[in-house]
Every structure is written in C-alpha cells, then in structure tokens.
Design a binder for this molecule. Structure first.
Ligand SMILES: [Mg+2]
Length: 190
C-alpha cells in the first residue's frame, strides 16, 4: 500500500470493466453515517433495483431486533420507490433476521457466510435481480463490503450503529478497517 505513486481515485459509478481488484475490493463505493443518508432517488439514479441489507449494527443494534422508527420509515421509502429488499445475515442460530425480514415483507438469507459469494447469490435469486442492479448496505468491510464488491454490487458502508458488538469484530476487524478507511480517503477513493 504505497501512498506515493500517482493514481486515479476509484470510479464511484460502476461500468462493465470497473470491477474492483486486490485491496480495492475492500473499498466501498460510498460511506454513510447512517442508512437513512442513502436516498431512494440516489439508488434509482444508480440503476439499483434490489438492496441487500446487513442486519446487526446496520438496521438494528447488535443482537437486537427492534427497528428504530426512522430506519423503518427509510426501509418503507425504498419499497415505495419500487426497490426490492433482502436481509443477509451471517448468524447461524438466531432467528432474529427471519423475524425482521418478515416484518419488512422481504426475503431473508441467514448463514450467509459473507464474504463468500453463496449467500449473495441466494439473495440475488430471492430478489430476482442481477449484480449490476443490486446494492449492498452493511457496516463491516471484511464481510459486507468485500463480499458485495466480489459479486460486483454497488456497496455502501455504514458506520456501525453502536460500539457494542461481537468481540472478534471489535478487536480483530475494526482496527485494520480504520487503517484501510484512512488509506482509501487519502487516495481520494472515499
Ligand atoms: Mg453488521
């Protein structure tokens, strides 16, 4: 990761040959403080027809299932704009994601094993969309963003709702995430 070499910032809009490679696979197309910063108009303008949603610390607090009213209103606004939704969670035992998806009236894929492609493929199938017309919204670089970019999706990284999270995430994933975000910002990618 040499920061000296001159290089163009990564494109913010996807094209046939702009798929990300190497460390760029960890860079989201856009970083937001909260999901509500992503407007349905923006998604429609990007040609998005389906949105894959991470659950913990993106839509709900870690290990909770209560959706805040402003998040719920945002989700409804996406559906009203004709966008399909799908919840994609790595959780194995919990049925929370199923209950949240049921509440939203959308499909749910759990045991997704993000960043593996399998769960993403199941989500695309469930929404009947293709990668070029699908966005991923999640709070973790090494699962949500890496997986979404590997699939060629438009990726939004959201700041985690709350610092309370799985110890592995907090102590192992977040420190390199912060370094990489700083690196991507420095390169003008974000
Ligand atoms: Mg998450």
């Amino acid at each position: 990761m040499r920061s000296q070499e001159p290089r163009q910032p990564l494109p913010r809009v996807r094209s046939e040959n702009s798929n990300r490679r190497g460390v760029e696979l960890l860079c989201p197309y856009r970083m937001v403080r909260s999901v509500t910063e992503i407007t349905p108009q923006e998604l429609v303008a990007l040609g998005i027809k389906g949105v894959i949603l991470d659950l913990d610390n993106t839509l709900v607090l870690w290990h909770q299932e209560e959706i805040a009213s402003h998040t719920l209103a945002w989700l409804k606004s996406l559906q009203e704009a004709g966008l399909k939704l799908c919840v994609l969670s790595n959780s194995v035992l919990s049925k929370r994601s199923e209950r949240v998806a049921m509440r939203l009236g959308c499909p749910n894929i759990r045991q997704a094993k993000k960043p593996s492609k399998g769960g993403f493929r199941r989500a695309l199938q469930a929404m009947e969309t293709d990668p070029h017309h699908t966005a991923m919204v999640g709070d973790q670089m090494f699962t949500d963003i890496l997986g979404g970019n590997r699939m060629g999706l438009y990726t939004f990284m959201v700041e985690p709702m709350h610092p309370h999270e799985f110890a592995y995430t907090k102590y192992i994933s977040r420190p390199p995430e912060r370094l990489l975000l700083r690196y991507f910002r420095k390169r003008g990618h974000l």
